[in-house]
Design a binder for this molecule. Structure first.
Ligand code: SF4
Length: 478
Protein backbone atom coordinates (compact mmCIF):
# COMPACT_ATOMS: atom_id res chain seq x y z
CA UNK A 1 0.00 0.00 0.00
CA UNK A 2 1.54 3.28 -1.05
CA UNK A 3 0.90 6.59 0.61
CA UNK A 4 -1.41 8.68 -1.59
CA UNK A 5 -1.30 5.76 -3.98
CA UNK A 6 2.02 6.95 -5.31
CA UNK A 7 4.61 4.28 -5.94
CA UNK A 8 8.19 4.98 -4.96
CA UNK A 9 10.59 6.18 -7.63
CA UNK A 10 10.94 3.32 -9.99
CA UNK A 11 14.05 1.25 -9.54
CA UNK A 12 16.08 0.86 -12.68
CA UNK A 13 17.83 -2.42 -13.39
CA UNK A 14 21.39 -1.80 -14.30
CA UNK A 15 22.57 -4.57 -16.60
CA UNK A 16 26.33 -4.76 -16.66
CA UNK A 17 28.55 -6.61 -19.05
CA UNK A 18 29.00 -10.13 -17.62
CA UNK A 19 32.59 -10.66 -16.55
CA UNK A 20 34.66 -13.30 -14.79
CA UNK A 21 34.86 -13.12 -11.00
CA UNK A 22 38.15 -12.31 -9.34
CA UNK A 23 38.41 -14.12 -5.98
CA UNK A 24 40.18 -12.64 -2.96
CA UNK A 25 43.00 -15.22 -3.31
CA UNK A 26 43.70 -13.97 -6.85
CA UNK A 27 42.06 -16.95 -8.62
CA UNK A 28 39.15 -16.55 -11.02
CA UNK A 29 35.67 -18.01 -11.42
CA UNK A 30 34.84 -17.93 -15.11
CA UNK A 31 31.39 -16.57 -15.88
CA UNK A 32 28.95 -19.07 -17.33
CA UNK A 33 26.03 -17.44 -19.10
CA UNK A 34 22.72 -19.05 -18.28
CA UNK A 35 21.69 -21.33 -21.15
CA UNK A 36 18.95 -23.85 -20.54
CA UNK A 37 18.46 -27.31 -22.04
CA UNK A 38 14.99 -28.87 -22.22
CA UNK A 39 13.42 -32.28 -22.89
CA UNK A 40 14.24 -32.17 -26.60
CA UNK A 41 17.94 -31.73 -25.71
CA UNK A 42 18.23 -34.86 -23.52
CA UNK A 43 19.35 -37.11 -26.37
CA UNK A 44 22.01 -34.67 -27.57
CA UNK A 45 23.35 -34.19 -24.04
CA UNK A 46 23.97 -37.96 -23.84
CA UNK A 47 25.49 -37.92 -27.34
CA UNK A 48 27.82 -35.07 -26.42
CA UNK A 49 29.11 -37.26 -23.59
CA UNK A 50 29.53 -40.27 -25.91
CA UNK A 51 26.80 -42.18 -24.04
CA UNK A 52 24.14 -44.50 -25.50
CA UNK A 53 21.67 -44.43 -22.64
CA UNK A 54 19.59 -47.63 -22.33
CA UNK A 55 16.68 -45.77 -20.72
CA UNK A 56 16.42 -42.86 -23.11
CA UNK A 57 12.87 -43.73 -24.24
CA UNK A 58 11.61 -43.96 -20.64
CA UNK A 59 13.37 -40.74 -19.66
CA UNK A 60 11.71 -38.88 -22.51
CA UNK A 61 8.30 -40.13 -21.39
CA UNK A 62 8.92 -39.19 -17.76
CA UNK A 63 9.96 -35.73 -18.97
CA UNK A 64 6.57 -35.38 -20.67
CA UNK A 65 4.93 -35.67 -17.24
CA UNK A 66 7.42 -33.92 -14.96
CA UNK A 67 9.20 -30.81 -16.17
CA UNK A 68 12.85 -31.12 -17.20
CA UNK A 69 15.33 -28.29 -17.42
CA UNK A 70 19.08 -28.18 -16.89
CA UNK A 71 21.95 -25.82 -17.61
CA UNK A 72 25.63 -26.15 -18.43
CA UNK A 73 26.76 -25.50 -14.84
CA UNK A 74 24.94 -28.62 -13.58
CA UNK A 75 25.89 -30.73 -16.61
CA UNK A 76 29.53 -29.93 -15.77
CA UNK A 77 29.11 -31.06 -12.15
CA UNK A 78 27.85 -34.56 -13.11
CA UNK A 79 30.33 -37.44 -13.21
CA UNK A 80 29.36 -38.77 -16.64
CA UNK A 81 31.59 -41.86 -16.31
CA UNK A 82 29.25 -43.09 -13.56
CA UNK A 83 26.16 -41.07 -14.36
CA UNK A 84 23.58 -43.69 -13.26
CA UNK A 85 24.78 -43.28 -9.67
CA UNK A 86 25.64 -39.61 -9.76
CA UNK A 87 23.51 -37.69 -7.21
CA UNK A 88 23.19 -34.62 -9.42
CA UNK A 89 22.16 -36.77 -12.38
CA UNK A 90 19.45 -38.29 -10.17
CA UNK A 91 18.56 -34.78 -8.99
CA UNK A 92 18.00 -33.34 -12.44
CA UNK A 93 17.54 -36.03 -15.12
CA UNK A 94 14.25 -37.91 -15.46
CA UNK A 95 14.51 -41.43 -14.02
CA UNK A 96 12.41 -44.34 -15.35
CA UNK A 97 11.30 -45.24 -11.80
CA UNK A 98 9.60 -41.87 -11.36
CA UNK A 99 6.53 -43.37 -13.08
CA UNK A 100 5.03 -46.82 -12.68
CA UNK A 101 5.82 -49.22 -15.54
CA UNK A 102 2.12 -49.23 -16.56
CA UNK A 103 2.09 -45.41 -16.63
CA UNK A 104 5.10 -45.34 -18.93
CA UNK A 105 3.50 -48.04 -21.09
CA UNK A 106 0.26 -46.02 -21.33
CA UNK A 107 2.03 -42.91 -22.70
CA UNK A 108 4.35 -45.00 -24.89
CA UNK A 109 1.38 -46.72 -26.49
CA UNK A 110 -0.23 -43.37 -27.25
CA UNK A 111 3.02 -42.01 -28.72
CA UNK A 112 3.35 -45.10 -30.94
CA UNK A 113 -0.27 -44.99 -32.02
CA UNK A 114 0.23 -41.37 -33.12
CA UNK A 115 -2.44 -40.14 -30.75
CA UNK A 116 -3.28 -36.48 -31.23
CA UNK A 117 -1.46 -33.85 -29.20
CA UNK A 118 -4.68 -33.13 -27.35
CA UNK A 119 -5.18 -36.80 -26.41
CA UNK A 120 -1.60 -37.11 -25.13
CA UNK A 121 -1.87 -33.79 -23.26
CA UNK A 122 -5.06 -35.03 -21.59
CA UNK A 123 -3.44 -38.35 -20.56
CA UNK A 124 -0.47 -36.48 -19.12
CA UNK A 125 -2.65 -34.00 -17.30
CA UNK A 126 -4.64 -36.93 -15.80
CA UNK A 127 -1.41 -38.57 -14.67
CA UNK A 128 -0.22 -35.37 -13.01
CA UNK A 129 -3.54 -34.97 -11.25
CA UNK A 130 -3.09 -38.45 -9.74
CA UNK A 131 0.22 -37.33 -8.19
CA UNK A 132 -1.23 -35.05 -5.48
CA UNK A 133 0.03 -31.89 -7.21
CA UNK A 134 -0.87 -29.48 -4.36
CA UNK A 135 -0.06 -31.33 -1.13
CA UNK A 136 -0.66 -30.35 2.53
CA UNK A 137 -3.96 -28.59 1.87
CA UNK A 138 -2.06 -25.56 0.61
CA UNK A 139 -5.04 -23.94 -1.09
CA UNK A 140 -6.57 -23.48 2.36
CA UNK A 141 -3.60 -21.22 3.22
CA UNK A 142 -4.64 -18.57 0.69
CA UNK A 143 -5.61 -15.49 2.67
CA UNK A 144 -8.38 -12.95 2.06
CA UNK A 145 -7.80 -9.24 1.65
CA UNK A 146 -10.63 -7.06 2.94
CA UNK A 147 -11.45 -3.68 1.49
CA UNK A 148 -14.40 -1.35 1.99
CA UNK A 149 -16.31 -2.50 -1.02
CA UNK A 150 -14.89 -5.93 -1.71
CA UNK A 151 -12.92 -8.81 -0.30
CA UNK A 152 -10.98 -11.32 -2.29
CA UNK A 153 -8.66 -14.28 -1.99
CA UNK A 154 -5.00 -13.79 -2.95
CA UNK A 155 -4.03 -16.66 -5.22
CA UNK A 156 -0.31 -15.99 -4.85
CA UNK A 157 -0.05 -15.68 -1.07
CA UNK A 158 -0.10 -18.28 1.68
CA UNK A 159 -0.56 -17.51 5.35
CA UNK A 160 -0.46 -20.67 7.43
CA UNK A 161 1.79 -19.85 10.40
CA UNK A 162 0.92 -16.62 12.17
CA UNK A 163 4.33 -14.92 11.80
CA UNK A 164 5.08 -15.82 8.22
CA UNK A 165 3.48 -15.01 4.87
CA UNK A 166 4.55 -16.75 1.66
CA UNK A 167 4.59 -14.92 -1.63
CA UNK A 168 4.64 -16.56 -5.06
CA UNK A 169 5.50 -13.75 -7.48
CA UNK A 170 4.66 -14.48 -11.10
CA UNK A 171 8.24 -13.71 -12.14
CA UNK A 172 9.55 -16.44 -9.84
CA UNK A 173 7.63 -19.29 -11.42
CA UNK A 174 10.58 -21.09 -12.90
CA UNK A 175 13.95 -22.38 -11.67
CA UNK A 176 17.37 -22.39 -13.32
CA UNK A 177 17.08 -26.19 -13.47
CA UNK A 178 14.32 -28.50 -12.25
CA UNK A 179 14.72 -31.03 -9.47
CA UNK A 180 13.34 -34.44 -10.35
CA UNK A 181 11.69 -34.60 -6.91
CA UNK A 182 10.19 -31.12 -7.21
CA UNK A 183 7.33 -30.70 -4.73
CA UNK A 184 6.21 -27.58 -6.60
CA UNK A 185 5.96 -29.10 -10.07
CA UNK A 186 2.37 -27.96 -10.23
CA UNK A 187 3.65 -24.37 -10.39
CA UNK A 188 5.33 -25.18 -13.71
CA UNK A 189 2.87 -27.51 -15.41
CA UNK A 190 -0.33 -27.67 -13.40
CA UNK A 191 -3.64 -25.97 -12.74
CA UNK A 192 -4.68 -23.85 -9.75
CA UNK A 193 -1.19 -22.40 -9.31
CA UNK A 194 -0.15 -19.96 -6.61
CA UNK A 195 0.56 -16.74 -8.49
CA UNK A 196 0.72 -13.05 -7.61
CA UNK A 197 1.09 -10.73 -10.59
CA UNK A 198 2.80 -8.00 -8.56
CA UNK A 199 3.38 -7.07 -4.95
CA UNK A 200 0.46 -4.67 -4.37
CA UNK A 201 -1.84 -7.22 -2.75
CA UNK A 202 1.02 -8.53 -0.62
CA UNK A 203 1.56 -5.02 0.76
CA UNK A 204 -2.15 -4.52 1.28
CA UNK A 205 -2.41 -7.81 3.16
CA UNK A 206 0.66 -7.09 5.28
CA UNK A 207 -0.67 -3.68 6.27
CA UNK A 208 -3.77 -5.47 7.64
CA UNK A 209 -1.77 -8.15 9.50
CA UNK A 210 0.69 -6.73 11.97
CA UNK A 211 1.24 -10.19 13.49
CA UNK A 212 3.36 -11.03 10.41
CA UNK A 213 7.08 -10.45 10.87
CA UNK A 214 8.48 -12.62 8.06
CA UNK A 215 7.86 -12.88 4.34
CA UNK A 216 9.08 -15.91 2.44
CA UNK A 217 9.49 -15.10 -1.24
CA UNK A 218 9.18 -18.44 -2.98
CA UNK A 219 8.23 -20.00 -6.30
CA UNK A 220 9.62 -21.75 -8.34
CA UNK A 221 12.76 -19.88 -7.56
CA UNK A 222 12.80 -16.13 -6.80
CA UNK A 223 16.50 -16.27 -7.71
CA UNK A 224 15.20 -16.06 -11.30
CA UNK A 225 13.60 -12.65 -10.64
CA UNK A 226 15.41 -9.52 -11.68
CA UNK A 227 16.48 -6.83 -9.21
CA UNK A 228 13.59 -4.47 -10.08
CA UNK A 229 11.11 -7.13 -8.93
CA UNK A 230 13.00 -7.66 -5.68
CA UNK A 231 12.96 -3.91 -5.20
CA UNK A 232 9.23 -3.65 -5.90
CA UNK A 233 8.57 -6.18 -3.14
CA UNK A 234 11.10 -4.99 -0.56
CA UNK A 235 11.44 -1.25 -0.93
CA UNK A 236 7.89 -0.33 0.24
CA UNK A 237 8.47 -2.47 3.34
CA UNK A 238 10.94 0.08 4.71
CA UNK A 239 8.06 2.55 5.23
CA UNK A 240 6.85 3.09 8.82
CA UNK A 241 3.53 1.28 8.26
CA UNK A 242 5.52 -1.93 7.72
CA UNK A 243 7.68 -1.69 10.81
CA UNK A 244 6.30 -5.10 11.91
CA UNK A 245 8.03 -6.73 8.93
CA UNK A 246 11.46 -7.72 10.20
CA UNK A 247 12.67 -10.51 7.94
CA UNK A 248 12.64 -11.38 4.28
CA UNK A 249 13.41 -14.95 3.40
CA UNK A 250 14.29 -15.82 -0.16
CA UNK A 251 13.82 -19.52 -0.94
CA UNK A 252 16.22 -20.31 -3.76
CA UNK A 253 18.33 -23.00 -5.40
CA UNK A 254 20.24 -20.44 -7.48
CA UNK A 255 23.32 -20.84 -5.25
CA UNK A 256 23.68 -24.35 -6.59
CA UNK A 257 21.91 -24.28 -9.97
CA UNK A 258 23.22 -20.91 -11.16
CA UNK A 259 25.50 -19.22 -8.60
CA UNK A 260 26.54 -16.69 -11.27
CA UNK A 261 23.16 -15.08 -10.53
CA UNK A 262 24.77 -13.42 -7.48
CA UNK A 263 28.26 -13.14 -8.91
CA UNK A 264 28.77 -12.36 -12.56
CA UNK A 265 25.34 -12.13 -14.22
CA UNK A 266 24.54 -8.75 -15.78
CA UNK A 267 22.01 -8.08 -12.99
CA UNK A 268 24.10 -9.48 -10.09
CA UNK A 269 25.51 -6.16 -8.83
CA UNK A 270 22.10 -4.47 -8.90
CA UNK A 271 20.52 -7.37 -6.97
CA UNK A 272 23.21 -7.30 -4.30
CA UNK A 273 22.85 -3.52 -3.99
CA UNK A 274 19.10 -3.90 -3.59
CA UNK A 275 19.68 -6.41 -0.74
CA UNK A 276 22.32 -4.17 0.86
CA UNK A 277 20.07 -1.14 0.82
CA UNK A 278 17.19 -3.09 2.44
CA UNK A 279 19.50 -4.43 5.14
CA UNK A 280 21.00 -0.97 5.73
CA UNK A 281 17.48 0.20 6.52
CA UNK A 282 17.28 -2.21 9.45
CA UNK A 283 15.68 -5.29 7.87
CA UNK A 284 17.05 -8.80 7.75
CA UNK A 285 17.44 -10.98 4.65
CA UNK A 286 17.93 -14.69 4.92
CA UNK A 287 18.69 -16.71 1.81
CA UNK A 288 16.95 -20.05 2.33
CA UNK A 289 19.29 -22.00 0.11
CA UNK A 290 18.30 -25.41 -1.20
CA UNK A 291 21.32 -27.77 -1.24
CA UNK A 292 20.74 -31.47 -1.96
CA UNK A 293 24.33 -32.76 -1.95
CA UNK A 294 27.84 -31.52 -1.19
CA UNK A 295 28.77 -31.98 -4.87
CA UNK A 296 26.73 -28.84 -5.52
CA UNK A 297 29.12 -26.69 -3.49
CA UNK A 298 31.25 -25.45 -6.37
CA UNK A 299 33.79 -22.63 -6.24
CA UNK A 300 31.23 -20.32 -7.85
CA UNK A 301 28.78 -21.25 -5.07
CA UNK A 302 31.32 -20.48 -2.36
CA UNK A 303 32.13 -17.08 -3.89
CA UNK A 304 28.43 -16.24 -4.29
CA UNK A 305 27.82 -17.09 -0.62
CA UNK A 306 30.71 -14.84 0.37
CA UNK A 307 29.24 -11.99 -1.64
CA UNK A 308 25.78 -12.36 -0.18
CA UNK A 309 27.22 -12.38 3.32
CA UNK A 310 29.30 -9.29 2.59
CA UNK A 311 26.13 -7.27 1.96
CA UNK A 312 24.64 -8.61 5.22
CA UNK A 313 22.50 -11.59 4.13
CA UNK A 314 22.48 -14.80 6.15
CA UNK A 315 22.50 -18.03 4.18
CA UNK A 316 20.54 -20.89 5.73
CA UNK A 317 20.44 -24.27 4.02
CA UNK A 318 17.73 -26.87 3.67
CA UNK A 319 16.88 -29.93 1.61
CA UNK A 320 14.69 -32.99 1.58
CA UNK A 321 16.22 -36.38 2.21
CA UNK A 322 15.91 -38.37 -1.01
CA UNK A 323 16.74 -41.93 -2.03
CA UNK A 324 19.55 -42.12 -4.65
CA UNK A 325 20.58 -38.51 -3.91
CA UNK A 326 21.41 -38.04 -0.24
CA UNK A 327 20.07 -41.03 1.77
CA UNK A 328 23.34 -41.51 3.59
CA UNK A 329 24.58 -39.96 6.86
CA UNK A 330 28.02 -39.34 5.36
CA UNK A 331 26.52 -37.15 2.64
CA UNK A 332 24.67 -34.97 5.16
CA UNK A 333 27.61 -34.77 7.54
CA UNK A 334 29.98 -33.73 4.77
CA UNK A 335 27.44 -31.29 3.31
CA UNK A 336 26.69 -29.59 6.65
CA UNK A 337 30.37 -29.43 7.57
CA UNK A 338 31.27 -27.84 4.25
CA UNK A 339 28.37 -25.40 4.46
CA UNK A 340 29.50 -24.16 7.88
CA UNK A 341 33.08 -23.91 6.64
CA UNK A 342 32.03 -21.47 3.91
CA UNK A 343 29.67 -19.43 6.07
CA UNK A 344 26.24 -21.04 5.76
CA UNK A 345 23.92 -22.23 8.54
CA UNK A 346 22.32 -25.69 8.19
CA UNK A 347 18.64 -25.14 8.89
CA UNK A 348 16.33 -28.03 7.90
CA UNK A 349 16.28 -31.64 6.78
CA UNK A 350 12.87 -32.38 5.26
CA UNK A 351 11.07 -35.62 4.51
CA UNK A 352 10.01 -36.14 0.85
CA UNK A 353 6.57 -34.61 0.48
CA UNK A 354 3.61 -36.75 -0.53
CA UNK A 355 3.52 -35.41 -4.07
CA UNK A 356 4.88 -36.13 -7.57
CA UNK A 357 7.39 -38.97 -7.80
CA UNK A 358 7.51 -39.44 -4.00
CA UNK A 359 7.35 -43.24 -4.37
CA UNK A 360 10.69 -43.27 -6.22
CA UNK A 361 12.58 -40.93 -3.89
CA UNK A 362 10.95 -41.50 -0.51
CA UNK A 363 12.91 -42.65 2.51
CA UNK A 364 11.02 -44.26 5.43
CA UNK A 365 10.77 -42.06 8.52
CA UNK A 366 12.77 -44.63 10.52
CA UNK A 367 15.65 -44.50 8.04
CA UNK A 368 15.52 -40.69 7.80
CA UNK A 369 15.80 -40.52 11.60
CA UNK A 370 18.79 -42.88 11.54
CA UNK A 371 20.51 -40.79 8.83
CA UNK A 372 19.87 -37.55 10.70
CA UNK A 373 21.15 -38.90 14.02
CA UNK A 374 24.22 -40.57 12.52
CA UNK A 375 25.12 -37.43 10.54
CA UNK A 376 24.86 -35.29 13.68
CA UNK A 377 27.13 -37.63 15.63
CA UNK A 378 29.93 -36.96 13.17
CA UNK A 379 29.86 -33.19 13.66
CA UNK A 380 30.55 -30.52 16.21
CA UNK A 381 27.64 -28.48 17.54
CA UNK A 382 28.18 -25.68 15.02
CA UNK A 383 27.48 -28.02 12.11
CA UNK A 384 24.49 -29.91 13.47
CA UNK A 385 22.08 -27.02 13.71
CA UNK A 386 19.61 -28.39 11.14
CA UNK A 387 16.19 -29.34 12.44
CA UNK A 388 14.59 -32.51 11.21
CA UNK A 389 13.77 -34.86 9.79
CA UNK A 390 10.61 -32.81 9.36
CA UNK A 391 7.36 -33.30 7.46
CA UNK A 392 5.69 -30.17 6.08
CA UNK A 393 2.14 -31.46 6.22
CA UNK A 394 -1.32 -29.93 6.54
CA UNK A 395 -1.31 -29.58 10.36
CA UNK A 396 2.19 -28.09 10.46
CA UNK A 397 5.86 -28.99 10.49
CA UNK A 398 6.18 -32.31 12.34
CA UNK A 399 9.63 -33.49 13.34
CA UNK A 400 10.58 -37.10 14.03
CA UNK A 401 12.56 -36.61 17.23
CA UNK A 402 13.43 -40.17 18.09
CA UNK A 403 12.41 -43.78 18.71
CA UNK A 404 11.87 -44.95 22.26
CA UNK A 405 10.34 -47.74 24.33
CA UNK A 406 7.64 -46.15 26.49
CA UNK A 407 5.30 -48.13 28.73
CA UNK A 408 6.35 -51.27 26.88
CA UNK A 409 5.50 -49.80 23.46
CA UNK A 410 7.91 -49.12 20.60
CA UNK A 411 7.13 -45.53 19.54
CA UNK A 412 8.20 -42.62 17.40
CA UNK A 413 8.58 -39.42 19.42
CA UNK A 414 7.16 -36.63 17.28
CA UNK A 415 7.05 -32.88 17.81
CA UNK A 416 5.40 -29.92 16.14
CA UNK A 417 8.11 -27.47 15.09
CA UNK A 418 5.29 -25.26 13.89
CA UNK A 419 1.56 -25.78 14.05
CA UNK A 420 -1.35 -24.49 12.01
CA UNK A 421 -2.69 -23.69 15.47
CA UNK A 422 0.19 -21.88 17.15
CA UNK A 423 -0.62 -23.63 20.45
CA UNK A 424 0.48 -26.91 18.91
CA UNK A 425 4.02 -25.60 18.40
CA UNK A 426 6.57 -27.57 20.42
CA UNK A 427 3.99 -30.13 21.54
CA UNK A 428 5.39 -33.63 21.70
CA UNK A 429 3.25 -36.65 20.80
CA UNK A 430 3.73 -40.32 20.05
CA UNK A 431 3.03 -42.74 17.22
CA UNK A 432 3.45 -46.49 17.01
CA UNK A 433 6.87 -47.26 15.57
CA UNK A 434 6.53 -48.29 11.93
CA UNK A 435 9.62 -49.20 9.99
CA UNK A 436 7.98 -48.64 6.60
CA UNK A 437 5.92 -45.48 7.15
CA UNK A 438 7.01 -42.53 5.02
CA UNK A 439 4.46 -39.86 5.99
CA UNK A 440 2.33 -38.79 8.94
CA UNK A 441 -0.87 -40.23 7.44
CA UNK A 442 0.70 -43.71 7.56
CA UNK A 443 1.32 -43.48 11.31
CA UNK A 444 -1.03 -44.64 14.05
CA UNK A 445 -1.26 -42.99 17.46
CA UNK A 446 0.53 -44.88 20.23
CA UNK A 447 -0.92 -46.15 23.53
CA UNK A 448 -4.28 -47.14 22.07
CA UNK A 449 -5.36 -43.55 21.27
CA UNK A 450 -7.95 -43.30 18.49
CA UNK A 451 -6.43 -40.22 16.86
CA UNK A 452 -3.60 -37.74 17.33
CA UNK A 453 -4.37 -34.86 19.68
CA UNK A 454 -4.63 -32.30 16.87
CA UNK A 455 -6.70 -34.22 14.31
CA UNK A 456 -10.19 -33.16 15.34
CA UNK A 457 -9.23 -29.51 15.64
CA UNK A 458 -7.32 -29.62 12.35
CA UNK A 459 -10.39 -30.91 10.50
CA UNK A 460 -12.51 -28.19 12.12
CA UNK A 461 -10.01 -25.47 11.13
CA UNK A 462 -10.01 -26.58 7.50
CA UNK A 463 -13.78 -26.95 7.44
CA UNK A 464 -14.51 -23.60 9.06
CA UNK A 465 -12.04 -21.83 6.78
CA UNK A 466 -13.77 -23.22 3.72
CA UNK A 467 -17.24 -22.26 4.97
CA UNK A 468 -16.08 -18.77 6.02
CA UNK A 469 -14.48 -18.09 2.66
CA UNK A 470 -17.54 -19.27 0.77
CA UNK A 471 -19.70 -16.90 2.83
CA UNK A 472 -17.31 -13.99 2.35
CA UNK A 473 -17.23 -14.56 -1.39
CA UNK A 474 -21.03 -14.64 -1.53
CA UNK A 475 -21.25 -11.44 0.53
CA UNK A 476 -18.80 -9.60 -1.69
CA UNK A 477 -20.80 -10.65 -4.74
CA UNK A 478 -24.05 -9.19 -3.36
S1 SF4 B 1 14.36 -25.60 -6.75
FE1 SF4 B 1 12.47 -26.06 -5.63
S2 SF4 B 1 10.83 -25.30 -6.95
FE2 SF4 B 1 12.70 -25.43 -8.19
S3 SF4 B 1 12.61 -27.44 -9.14
FE3 SF4 B 1 13.78 -27.68 -7.25
S4 SF4 B 1 12.25 -28.29 -5.70
FE4 SF4 B 1 11.14 -27.45 -7.46
Amino acid sequence: MFQNNVKPDSFKIEFKQAKDWLCSDGSTVNHKPYIKFLRTDIESIFKSKGIKDPYLKERLIVAQVYPFKINQHIIDLIDWDHYHFDPLFQLTFPQPGMLLPEEIARIEKMNEANATREEIAQAISDLRSEKNPAPANQSSNRPMVFEDDESYECEGLQHKYSNTCLMFHKNAQTCHAYCTYCFRFNQFVGKDKFLEKDSDRLHKYLSQHTEISDILITGGDPGTMKSDIFDSIMSPLTRPEFKHIKNIRIGTKALTYHPYRFLTDPDADATLECFRSFIDQGKHISIMAHFSHYNEISKATIEAVKRLREVGCNVRTQAPIMRYINDNPLVWAKMWEKQVEVGMIPYYMFIARDTGPQAYFEVPLAKALYIYQEARKKLSGLSHTARGPSMSCGPGKICVMGREQIAGEDVFVLKFLQGRNNDWTDRVFFAKYDEKATWIDQLEPAFGEKEFFFEKEYKEIIYSKTVKEEKQCQTSLV
